[in-house]
Design a protein around this ligand. Structure first.
Ligand code: ATP
Ligand code: ZN
Ligand code: ZN
Length: 806
């Protein structure tokens, strides 16, 4: 038999299956979806078996060395998915396969030095020979590091054939095992042994008495460490094992990151709106029909309960469900809602788990020990065999798109998988992406609307504060008078406040602090980006460049400023203005340590603080009854990012943050501080008017030719030599222009705002198109032609439908 194997080298020339002979010893063992070690070139590599066949067109085939898995790690569906993904996002197939598996299963390659001719080595270099006699596993990289003086001699010995270099492939995945003791003797036999032992074997006697006391010996088993904890001697147990009276077994164990018992919750009585939204989802499941639902529900409308009750039906049908949640809202609060309803049937996958924990959660899925997975982006690849439902909460979140290879969007993968499994996908959000809402409008997706909060609780009332006005009145603080008054009021009433400061995007744009003007590109309607090194303003899209104006082009004031307020500064100011307030600050600095994110949120939930001050990580998923005030310190910070999605992101963020207020019995209030209070993204968010925002934004996208009306492709090049990357960028732009149709537009090449990363210079080209059949073949050709391997070479990456254009 012959196996087709994708080699674990993510490079274009290797991006095809290679044929390998299955040796007799592995006949019937090797199966598609397994990982194998194979000789490749002069090394050994890990590979994925995708197909078995009888004949090969090649005459001389190398044989597979060994099998890494006892069962396939990729199902047939995932193998097909990997091929599809590789084609549609232009990545090597093996990269797609790897993305589907937990990191612990990535192969680790180690080079070791092997002695081929010990006698010859002794003659040629006796010192070296005795060195290797004392070194058990001479690992190449370690020898290079600590015995560099030997390198020359080792190299000579390799040339002469007495030494050689071997590549070891190591599977990093480890299964945690526990030693379990059972009894293989009768009580009678144990008593006999007890009588035989002399008095010095006191500990063995104790152990025997312990087992004799057990009511049912044949079904007894216990981890050895539990017995030791109960006072038995490990030594004595081992002796009894040796005598054949006890039996020792290694049992696999799952590491459990959520050990605490969870209180079971029951399905809630649905509101009318919830029931109306749930019905078509259930119907689609009953009919085994693939449909995509967009569940557009205002914050606090009870979307999660709809998810829970849909999953319940999935379980009744003996099928399985995937729930995707953005990494930052995958808080214990969120996890508990699923564990509380479905208990041990839920696996959780997120970046906070250790490698081993992630691997075990993955194994629970593969071994069908769980039926539901709640996880971040990569959980979309959960190896369930009978998917019945995929839910993507906060579907508008840009983190569902992976920013590096493979650049997949979890939403696209979800829809593709659900099609194969004939099951529905539910996309949920209070602020759907324009793409998804447009599809729902065109009835590609089915729209489910929840317009009210649960139990008719009102949405919070929102006040917009004009920061320019505050400035004019001489208030230079980050807090407007109104916001400060309201925070004080909450302090008095013993209620809580959430203050939100978006730091991302600061100081990349220049704004006039007296009139709010931001300098834009005359050709693209995009804010210009400040380049520190040249002290100039540039357009990301078309390359337009100008100097930073000394005075504001609109009002002539000299208050043109870069933005630089951070959470720390705000915290200091809070301490000065309200010394009695207890503040919890949450940002990248205070949440770096594992578990600190949860800890801070728990403290806030336990009302150990009055104010929660944070960045985007507090915008989502929080549900605290005492929060009655939310303040957005500067709503514009995202608005002027040089990104056509800037307004959309601003609208989403303001809506999400506002949604944290007044979710329970106490009514909520929101203060939005802004330098551009009449921007539609700010006004519509304040009015909770998604549809109005959608209309205005779509008009603008249409006018300027941005998605969802057009598709974008971003081609990025990097090279250590600025001249080389410039030449390649020009050639690629020329190929695009010559091979794509006239209606497709090609922008660039331009230098992106970050022009150099890790000493590699960057260039970008952008393609904007509506229908372009030649696109994928041309992009393939570009990759084949320009992509080089090796460190100091040209790197080309292609991002279809990029979410960030930085
Ligand atoms: N049918 C119901 N009856 C009573 N309470 C409910 C019902 N459905 C949901 N709730 C409660 O209402 C609150 C808000 O629900 P949930 O968090 O699911 O809203 P959401 O739509 O997901 O909001 P967000 O988009 O802001 O995260 C929760 O505390 C939830 O327990
Ligand atoms: Zn101005
Ligand atoms: Zn421009």
């Amino acid at each position: 038999m012959i196996a087709e194997v994708y080699i674990d080298i993510p490079a274009n020339p290797v991006n095809k299956p290679f044929d390998y002979r299955i040796p007799e010893s592995l006949e019937g063992v090797v199966a598609p979806g397994m990982r194998v070690t194979v000789p490749f070139g002069r090394t050994r590599r890990l590979g994925f078996v995708t197909e078995l066949k009888e004949v090969s067109t090649f005459k001389k085939l190398k044989a597979i060395d060994s099998v890494e898995d006892h069962a396939p790690v990729l199902t047939q569906e995932l193998i097909d998915l990997g091929r599809w993904l590789a084609d549609s996002i232009l990545c090597p197939t093996v990269t797609a396969f790897q993305a589907m598996l937990p990191a612990a299963m990535k192969a680790e390659y180690k080079k070791i030095i092997k002695i081929e001719q010990p006698e010859q080595l002794k003659i040629e270099d006796a010192d070296l020979a005795s060195f290797f006699e004392t070194t058990k596993q001479p690992i190449w990289s370690e020898i290079v590091k600590s015995h560099s003086e030997l390198l020359k001699r080792i190299n000579r010995a390799i040339r002469q054939g007495s030494l050689s270099i071997h590549q070891l492939v190591r599977n990093q995945a480890t299964v945690k095992k526990v030693s379990v003791i059972s009894v293989c003797a009768t009580k009678e036999q144990l008593r006999l042994e007890l009588a035989k032992l002399d008095d010095r074997a006191k500990r063995q006697k104790e152990a025997l008495q312990f087992f004799i006391k057990q009511s049912d010996l044949s079904s007894f088993h216990s981890p050895i460490h539990a017995l030791v904890k109960d006072g038995l001697s490990r030594d004595a147990i081992t002796k009894l094992v040796d005598k054949g009276l006890l039996h020792l077994d290694q049992m696999e164990q799952f590491r459990d990151p959520y050990k605490h018992p969870v209180e079971q919750t029951k399905p809630l009585n649905l509101t009318d709106e919830q029931a109306k939204a749930l019905a078509p989802i259930l119907q689609s499941m009953n009919e085994n029909e693939h449909r995509v639902f967009l569940c557009h529900g205002v914050t606090g409308s009870g979307k999660t309960e709809i998810y829970l009750q849909s999953i319940q039906r999935v379980l009744e049908h003996k099928r399985q469900a995937i729930v995707l949640v953005p990494e930052i809202s995958l808080t214990p609060q969120m996890v508990l809602r699923f564990k509380g309803r479905f208990g041990d049937q839920v696996a959780v996958m997120h970046s906070g788990l250790s490698r081993g924990e992630k691997y075990d959660e993955w194994r629970k899925i593969r071994e069908e020990k769980v039926q539901v997975v709640v996880g971040a982006r990569s959980a979309i690849f959960a190896p369930f065999k009978k998917l019945g439902l995929i839910i993507i909460d906060e579907e508008h979140e840009s983190s569902y798109k992976q920013e590096d290879m493979p650049r997949y969007h979890a939403r696209d993968v979800a829809i593709h998988r659900a099609e194969k499994h004939h099951c529905p996908v539910v996309l949920g959000s209070a602020t759907p992406s324009l793409e998804s809402f447009a599809r729902a409008r065109k009835q590609v997706y089915t729209l489910l609307s929840l317009k009210e909060r649960v139990n008719h609780r009102p949405l919070p009332s929102v006040h917009i504060v004009d920061l320019r006005e505050e400035m004019r009145q001489g208030n230079h603080s980050v807090f407007s008078k109104e916001l400060l008054e309201k925070v004080k009021d909450r302090l008095q009433k013993n209620e809580q406040t959430v203050l939100f400061l978006n730091r991302r995007g600061y100081s990349t744009f220049v704004m006039c602090r007296s009139c709010g003007t931001v300098v834009k590109c005359p050709h693209c309607d995009i804010s210009l980006t400040y380049h520190r090194t040249q002290h100039s303003l540039r357009c990301h899209y078309c390359g337009y460049e100008q100097n930073v104006p000394a005075t504001c082009p609109t009002c002539d004031s000299d208050a043109m400023r870069f933005f630089g307020t951070g959470t720390q500064k705000v915290e200091a100011e809070l301490n000065r203005l309200l010394p009695e307030a207890r503040v919890i600050r949450m940002d990248v600095d205070t949440t770096r340590k594992k578990g600190s994110h949860e800890k801070l949120l728990r403290q806030f939930g336990e009302e150990k603080a009055d104010i929660l001050l944070g960045t985007q990580m507090i915008a989502k998923g929080l549900d605290f009854p005492k929060v009655t005030l939310v303040g957005v310190l500067a709503a514009d910070s995202l608005l002027h990012l040089s990104d056509f999605r800037a307004s959309e992101k601003t609208f989403q963020l303001i809506t999400q943050v506002s949604g944290r207020a007044g979710r329970h019995s106490l009514p909520g209030e929101v203060v939005i501080q802004s330098y551009t209070p009449d921007h539609y993204a700010v006004i519509d968010a304040a009015r909770h008017d998604y549809e109005s925002f959608y209309r205005e934004e779509m008009t603008i996208r249409h006018r300027w030719g941005y998605p969802p009306f057009f598709y974008l492709v971003l081609i990025s090049l990097t090279h250590p030599d600025p001249a080389k990357v410039a030449v390649a960028a020009d050639r690629i732009a020329a190929i695009l222009k010559n091979n794509l149709s006239d209606s497709t537009q090609i922008y660039g090449p331009v230098v992106p705002s970050v022009s150099k990363i890790k000493d590699r210079y960057r260039y970008q080209c952008m393609v904007k198109y509506k229908r372009e059949p030649a696109l994928v073949p041309v992009l393939h050709q570009i990759l084949q032609h320009f992509q080089e391997t090796g460190k100091d070479s040209l790197q080309v990456s292609i991002d279809l439908n990029p979410v960030a254009l930085m």
